[in-house]
Structure formats: C-alpha cells, structure tokens
Design a binder for this molecule. Structure first.
Ligand code: SAM
Length: 358
C-alpha cells in the first residue's frame, strides 16, 4: 500500500485530539494531587466542613494564596466542590475515600507522587535517551519515602492475613521460629511488621540504601522489635550460605543491576527445602499482551524514569518494570527453584506472588 492510498480518518484525529487535551488536564491533576498529599491539603479538606481558602490554609498550616490556586485547580478538575455564595470549598466523602491518609490503603494520592518525582529527573533521562546510560538511585531524593508509602498500602495491610498464608503452613512455621531474609527491603517496614508479629522467628533485611535501612532500624527501635537486624549489602553479593528458611522480595528484583544473580544469591541463601516468596509486577514479557493492562502506561513510565534507568546506570541489564511473568518464571527455573505457584491478591492486581522452593 502506498502513502497516497491511506485515507486520513478525520474522526479518529478528532478523538485523539480530545484524548491529548485530557492528557494535559490529567497530567496536571496528578501533580496537583501529589502536592495536595504532601502538603496535607487533602487531609485537611477530608476533615473540614465546607471552608474558605483561608480556613483550609490555616488548618494545613500553609500559605493562603497557594492553597487558593491549588483549590481552584482541584475544583476545575471536579475533585473539590465550590460554593461561590460563601466562597467555601469541600471534598466529597466519596472523593476523600481515595485521596486522604485516613483512606489508606486506598489513598491514590500517595501514588501520584511518582509523577512529580519523575519530573525531577526528566533532564537526566533525556540525556540518557541521547547518550545511553542511566540515572542512579542517588538522584531520586524522595524515592525511599515514596516507595515506603506505596508498599505501606499494597503490602503492609495484607502481609500477615493474606500474603503469608499464600505459602502453605508458613504462618505456623513463623510462629514456631524460622530464619527470614528480605532482600531489597527498602525502608524495611514489611520486615518490622513480620518480626513484631512473629517474635520467635529471626529476621534480616538487606538493602544497598543506607537511607532505607536507617528508617527500618528506627522503626524497629520505636516499636521495640528486637528479633530483627538490617544490613547494607549488595543483593548480588550477599554471601549468605544456606542460612534462611524463607526469603522474600517485594518489588525488588526487576530494577536490579543483575536480577538473575540476585535470584541465584537468594537460592544460595536458602536452606534445602526453603521458600522464596517474590512479589513482582504482573505483566507479560510480550508487549502485545500488555495492550490493555490497567495502568500499563503508568508502569512503562515508572520503568523508563526509574526501574530500567537505575539498573542501566550501574552498567546493568535494564530489565524494566514490565519484564513480565514469562521471564520471571524462566529466571526462577534457571536458578534451580521449583515454582510451586504464581498468584495474585484481590486488592492488588498489579502484582504477582511467585512461591518457589529450593
Ligand atoms: C522498588 S524498591 C522496593 C523496596 C521495598 N521492598 C518495598 O517494597 O518498599 C527496590 C529496593 O531494592 C534496593 N536495591 C537496588 N539495588 C540493590 C542492590 N544491588 N542490592 C541491594 N538492594 C538493592 C533499592 O535500594 C530499593 O530499596
């Protein structure tokens, strides 16, 4: 078919133009929502009756002029309601139920922080498009904090009652006392919760990030949890030999420099018969299967702006967030794991849970 024979579909163009206008509005709304989360404006609105911008700013301890401009944007987005006769703004309960800390684990505002974070590294990412290479973890000043809020909603609330029971008999074994390692533990909040819940077991969290580990250590001290320790180690060179009965990774394999080496190290760290529980993104390794994946664009953006680039920055493989379950299963097999099951949890269709045995 030559170029001349391809008809230009005016209607298709119009529909696409509308989509691009919506992109501008929704992209801007994501930033405003992130600001609303970080400043506490959304929480203030969630608690207040209909109020003026002065009252809302005062409640949140913020500058009124900025709060008013933000309120105007949230009103035009249809998030906040506005009564002109009294100049009062309000957040409907139905909206607050997805936008406030009180609504956690359903607080979607927490996830919008990624959009702002990506903006901070956009110039560096563009340099990578031009010259290759990657942007290292150290450039993402708010990563550990944002990630802890993310897994604080997707992992923590279901860790004990839904995730642990995915492995047959694991709750009982944890109650009796086993050795557990969490690799790429970040801020370590999942491990602290496990250690607190199962005082007869022993827990070690490993990460390369001093900032993440410090948060974990402080939280353990704050909650008087003593059967836990955090160690700064490179997951590709942990040097643990058959010391653990359970190893977990929560969203911590695909962005590694050498993910296959990490999975091999996990295999080495486990005692014979030990269990590896890996949570990672539920996608296909084949792009065509991800066409209608919910949040697919968001996830490929996370990959471009974080997971792929941090790996490439270190001369790594750059698998990307969307490496997919076919590749994950192959990697587990090559590391000599027996894959017992791959499953999802109802609240979190974005992740797979791979249960494997050494
Ligand atoms: C996406 S975060 C997940 C953090 C945590 N598991 C959670 O769910 O909140 C991935 C973690 O892997 C860590 N990481 C990356 N490369 C690493 C390496 N080579 N050795 C150890 N940890 C590493 C990062 O510092 C980060 O904390």
């Amino acid at each position: 078919m030559t170029m001349e024979t391809i008809a230009f579909d005016e209607r298709k163009a119009e529909v696409f133009a509308e989509k691009m206008f919506a992109v501008l509005d929704h992209g801007a709304l994501a930033l405003l929502t992130s600001v609303g989360h970080r400043t506490g404006l959304l929480d203030a609105l969630g608690n207040l009756p209909p109020s003026t911008s002065t009252e809302i700013a005062s409640d949140a301890g913020l500058d009124e002029r900025y709060a008013r401009e933000w309120l105007a944007g949230m009103f035009t987005a249809g998030v906040v309601e506005y009564e002109p006769s009294t100049a009062q703004y309000s957040l409907p309960a139905e909206h607050a139920s997805f936008l406030t800390r009180a609504a956690s684990p359903n607080n979607m505002a927490a996830f919008t922080q990624y959009i702002g974070m990506f903006g901070t590294v956009e110039d560096k990412i563009i340099e990578c498009f031009e010259n290759g290479g990657g942007v290292p973890y150290s450039e993402f000043t708010r990563f550990q904090e944002t990630m802890a809020e993310d897994s604080g909603q997707t992992v923590l609330p279901v860790l004990i009652d839904k995730i642990v029971p995915l492995v047959d008999g694991l709750s009982d074994r944890l109650r009796q006392g086993i050795d557990v390692l969490d690799v790429g533990c970040g801020s370590g909040l999942a491990l602290v919760l496990l250690a607190e819940t199962f005082p007869n077991s022993r827990f070690i969290g490993v990460d390369i990030s001093a900032e993440g580990l410090a948060t974990g250590r402080n939280e353990a001290v704050r909650r008087d949890v003593t059967n836990i320790r955090f160690e700064q180690r490179d997951a590709t060179k942990m040097w643990f030999d058959e010391q653990f009965d359970l190893v977990t990774t929560f969203d911590a394999v695909h962005d590694q420099k050498d993910p296959a080496a990490v999975v091999r190290e996990i295999h080495r760290a486990l005692r014979p018969g030990g269990t590896y529980l890996m949570q990672d993104i539920a996608a296909s390794s084949k792009l065509e299967n991800n066409r209608n994946l919910p949040l697919g664009t968001f996830l490929y953006a996370i990959s471009t702006f974080h997971c792929m680039t941090v790996s490439l920055s270190d001369g790594g493989e750059g698998l990307g967030t969307m490496w997919g379950e076919e590749m994950a299963m192959e990697m587990l097999g090559k590391a000599d794991f027996e894959l017992l099951k791959v499953t999802k949890l109802e609240h979190d269709p974005q992740n797979n849970y791979y249960i494997s045995q050494k």
